[in-house]
Design a protein around this ligand. Structure first.
Ligand code: HEM
Length: 308
């Protein structure tokens, strides 16, 4: 399938699930933007020669989001959450994009299309057809970790109290050209905190945004950016595969969020977080999901700006 046709189909598939909402992202439609500073650790440049890991603090934006493409969906329901980071380098930008699930639903964009079809709620009942989902999972057991996590996923008390995972592997190139593949994790300094379903249902529709605003008025929100390094044999092109917990971790830096931000993503300033936008020193893996994302995000941008 040519890239553009695939991208259109991927966004059509999201629109079929969530509806098409003028001016909003096809996925992760509800979000909140923050101003931030990223400060690399002393060990970061030993792993990777990328500019933002060299030593000086780097200005950043962070957008937290709910996974749904429906901007009217309330915060207090079970959903994957997103954390997207844009780092401003001297002459370019680079993005790190992560979600709260520990694995993705599909290995390839074609499988993702089939999975989205299988789990799309029946308009008559509002519920997915359990038999169709079951048949998909029988044929694609690799989707089970993500589906299980999505079903059991806690509803967070705050965007600042969840772990987020980059899921794709990237190659980190050192100054002597050695390459180690690894995956990002974002670990909240505040620790993890979740709500019971009843507590979540009792909160206001947009409580996550309000909670973040209040929290930032009291103190900065801090995350550690870590990389889990692949050992020999760990798949580096398969975002459905969870690597064992004992893999080496390198802490790349500290991300400090200081305030809500209102200086981007409005008045025609289109903010896009694209994980394939990497600087010298970071390589893409051959993961087909990673490589399909750029086109899908471009298509989503074209649609959300055309209808704005
Ligand atoms: C082929 C697979 C995928 C497709 C088709 C897809 C599609 C999309 C689309 C269309 C958007 C809205 C883009 C925009 O309008 O700016 C989006 C946003 C997002 N996606 Fe994906 N996605 C995929 C995989 C992933 C994966 C694996 C992750 C996590 C690692 C992820 C995390 C996010 C996040 C956090 C956002 C919100 C970014 C923001 O705040 O602007 N996506 N996705």
């Amino acid at each position: 399938m040519p890239g553009d046709e695939l991208a259109e189909r991927l966004v059509d598939s999201l629109n079929a699930t969530y509806g098409r909402h003028a001016g909003f992202r096809a996925a992760h439609a509800r979000g909140v933007l923050c101003a931030a500073v990223f400060t690399p650790t002393a060990e970061a440049p030993r792993l990777c020669r990328a500019e933002h890991l060299a030593g000086s603090p780097v200005r950043a934006h962070v957008r937290f989001s709910n996974g749904s493409g429906d901007p009217t969906a309330p915060d207090g329901v079970r959903d994957g959450r997103g954390m997207a980071i844009k780092l401003y380098l001297a002459d370019s930008t680079t993005d790190v994009v992560a979600i709260s699930l520990p694995a993705f639903f599909a290995r390839t964009p074609e499988d993702l299309l089939a999975f989205n079809d299988a789990r799309r709620p029946d308009p008559a009942t509002g519920q997915p057809d359990a038999a169709r989902v079951g048949a998909y999972l029988e044929a694609h057991p690799e989707a089970i970790p993500a589906v299980t996590a999505a079903i059991t996923h806690p509803i967070p008390a705050s965007y600042a109290t969840i772990n987020y995972h980059g899921l794709h592997a990237f190659g980190f190139v050192a100054s002597d050209d050695t390459v180690r593949f690894g995956r990002y994790d974002l670990v909240p300094a505040a620790g993890e905190a979740a709500l019971s379903d009843d507590d979540a249902a009792a909160r206001p529709h947009d409580f996550l945004r309000a909670e973040l605003r209040d929290r930032l008025e009291r103190e900065p929100v801090v995350f550690e950016l870590r990389v889990q390094l692949a050992a020999t044999g760990d798949p580096i092109d398969d975002p459905t595969a969870i690597w064992p917990d004992d893999r080496e971790l390198v802490t790349l830096g500290r991300l400090e969020l200081t305030a809500l931000a209102f200086d981007r993503d409005q008045d025609g300033d289109i903010l896009v977080f694209d994980p394939t936008r990497v600087p010298d020193g970071i390589q893409l893996s051959a993961d087909p999901i990673l490589l399909a994302r750029s086109g899908a995000y471009r298509t989503s941008v074209a649609r959300r700006t055309a209808s704005a």
